[in-house]
Design a protein around this ligand. Structure first.
Ligand code: F6P
Length: 547
């Protein structure tokens, strides 16, 4: 066994945390701030261009110290070494987990199967660089001699969400190329994109680690057929490239061998944007910016690998999640970016976090007797304030939230920026302090309402407060700072998986649905639904009648 396999609930720290929880669960954060004037300074971290304030959490210094004990007692340090050293920590698939190597330095030495993988990584990076430059500067042309104007990324899951999120987040840094993403097997998705395309000036990037994914192959085939309505078979080589580990299948699809960007089975799909899966990123914002993204992630890797746990941002944020998930029984976490550029960030994190840690069998093969993976959701502020913040402020559920913001706006409209950031800060303050009965009463007494009307209205206007938030404040959105931010959450996933004693890097839970969809597809063409339960049969019949 490469990773430790300790049931966290059997550790001394867990038991101590359970006792401790009983004594602190009702504490009011605002009182903790009153009692300890140093709290905000003690419970915050400054690192590079990041400021992480975690003082607005329902913890005391003792809570933190017990959580740090837990990290030690599950052997987190050893697990981190195994992760970075390329040990087979994805044991159920017998693979190393080395997305960190993709953003490493050429001088690093990362051994997989007795071989240093860094030269290969840099060879593929050079290929990405050369190809991106040639497309961006117009050196490579389409089948009628025109320069490329549009890029279409065809992929799903990790082969879509990472590149799509980064391209959208870094749109300020984009060049003249327009980028589209086709993912859903829904034919209406691909057709809506095709409507916008000119075959003469469009480059298609098919991304599939396995090159067996139904959605991607269906979309790629539809697109290739559409292309062949305009061009000849020999033109495919100019317009289609692929990213995959499955070179034979890609060739079988008709893609020129020179147009294949390889990746490796030690890169998990949901952690793959740093590999050639990020080709669309490099095309959209240029290789230099893509490389800066990698550089930022590498800085976070080194911070995570080397920093003491008490100053380690991913470790601290993971421990807080454990605290709420396993002691307060909070079910979900919100991620609220105070930047419209972070529009797709929560969606992207959903795959990373829920596909990784949505597991119920531990590393000993036993069913866990505690809660694992959190539900992740969120939308940018201020939009989300006008949508679901009501529930966070006054609902019955405890929803810890990460607030992410950038001190500088990219277009430099200071008036908007001040308004945006005042909302960011105000929300975390409101969630912390709430609004007491006395405060509400004093406010209502200034209105024309009668005493009895005030009494009636009062309870509805009270905010309990004491709702936990982390404030992640970053100087400016750049490719580098985005790389750091994504890597932060990747490492948070890792730490939580280690503590929950689960395997974070497989995703067997997505298989059953895929298998059944194939069976149903067969039954749809035969029209025989007898093998299904009554409910499924009725649904199939309805589809059959109305399609
Ligand atoms: O949804 C399951 C999954 O295997 C993801 O983990 C992966 O990112 C996605 O499908 C796409 O897989 P591929 O890149 O092999 O097409």
């Amino acid at each position: 066994m490469v990773l430790p396999s300790i049931n966290p609930t059997t550790t001394q720290a867990w038991k101590a945390l359970q006792n401790h929880f009983e004594s602190v669960k009702d504490l009011e954060m605002k009182n903790l701030f009153e009692k300890n004037k140093e709290r905000a300074n003690n419970l915050s971290l400054k690192w590079e261009d990041f400021f992480v304030d975690f003082s607005k959490n329902r913890i005391t210094e003792e809570t933190l110290s017990l959580l740090l004990d837990l990290a030690k007692q599950v052997n987190l340090k050893e697990a981190i070494s195994a992760y970075f050293d390329g040990e087979i920590i994805n044991q159920t698939e017998n693979r190393a987990v080395l997305h960190t190597a993709l953003r490493g330095k050429i001088t690093d030495n990362v051994i997989v199967d007795g071989k240093n993988v860094m030269p290969e990584i840099f060879e593929v990076k050079s290929k990405i660089e050369k190809f991106s430059n040639q497309i961006i500067n117009g050196e490579l042309k389409g089948y009628t001699g025109k320069e490329f104007k549009t890029i279409v990324n065809i992929g799903i899951g990790g082969s879509d969400l990472g590149p799509a999120m980064v391209v959208d987040t870094l749109q300020f840094y984009k060049n003249h190329l327009t980028t589209h993403f086709v993912s859903n097997v829904d034919g209406d998705h691909v057709n809506e994109v095709l409507k916008k395309l000119d075959p003469e000036t469009t480059l298609f990037v098919i991304v599939s680690k396995t090159f067996t994914t139904q959605e991607t192959l269906s979309n790629a085939t539809t697109i290739k057929n559409w292309f062949l309505n305009h061009a000849n078979k020999s033109d495919v080589a100019k317009h289609f490239v692929a990213v995959s580990t499955n070179i034979e299948k890609v060739k079988g699809f008709g893609i020129d061998e020179n147009n294949i960007f390889p990746m490796w089975n030690w890169v998990g799909g949901r952690f793959s944007l740093w590999s050639a899966v990020g080709l669309s990123i490099s095309l959209a914002v240029g290789f230099k910016n893509f490389d800066k993204l990698l550089e930022g992630a590498n800085k976070m890797d080194l911070h995570f690998k080397n920093e003491a746990f008490e100053n380690n941002i991913p470790v601290i944020l993971s421990l807080l999640t454990i605290w709420y998930n396993n002691f307060f029984n909070a079910e979900s976490e919100a991620v609220i970016g105070y930047s419209q550029y972070l529009n797709q960030f929560a969606t992207y994190l959903q795959q990373g976090i829920m596909e990784s840690n949505g597991k119920s069998i531990d590393r000993n093969g036993e069913r866990v007797n505690y809660q694992t993976g959190t539900l992740i959701w969120g939308e940018p502020g201020t939009n989300s304030q006008h949508a679901f913040f009501q529930l966070i402020h006054q609902g019955t559920k405890l929803i810890p939230a990460d607030f992410i913001g950038f001190a500088q706006s990219l277009h430099g409209n200071q008036e908007h920026q001040d308004k945006l950031i005042s909302n960011y800060i105000a929300q975390t303050e409101a969630l912390l302090n709430g609004k007491t009965k006395a405060q509400v009463k004093a406010e209502l007494e200034k209105t024309k309402l009668s005493t009895s009307e005030i009494e009636k209205l009062l309870p509805y206007k009270v905010f309990e407060g004491n709702k936990p938030t982390n404030s992640i404040f970053i100087k400016k959105l750049t490719p580098e700072s985005l790389g750091k931010l994504i890597a932060l959450y990747e490492h948070k996933i890792f730490v939580q998986g280690i503590i929950w004693n689960i395997f974070s890097y497989d995703q067997f839970g997505v298989e059953l649905g895929k298998q059944l969809a194939n069976n149903i597809l067969k039954d749809m063409s035969s029209g025989n639904f007898d093998s299904h339960d009554r409910s499924t049969k009725n649904i199939l019949q309805f589809y059959n009648d109305f399609k």
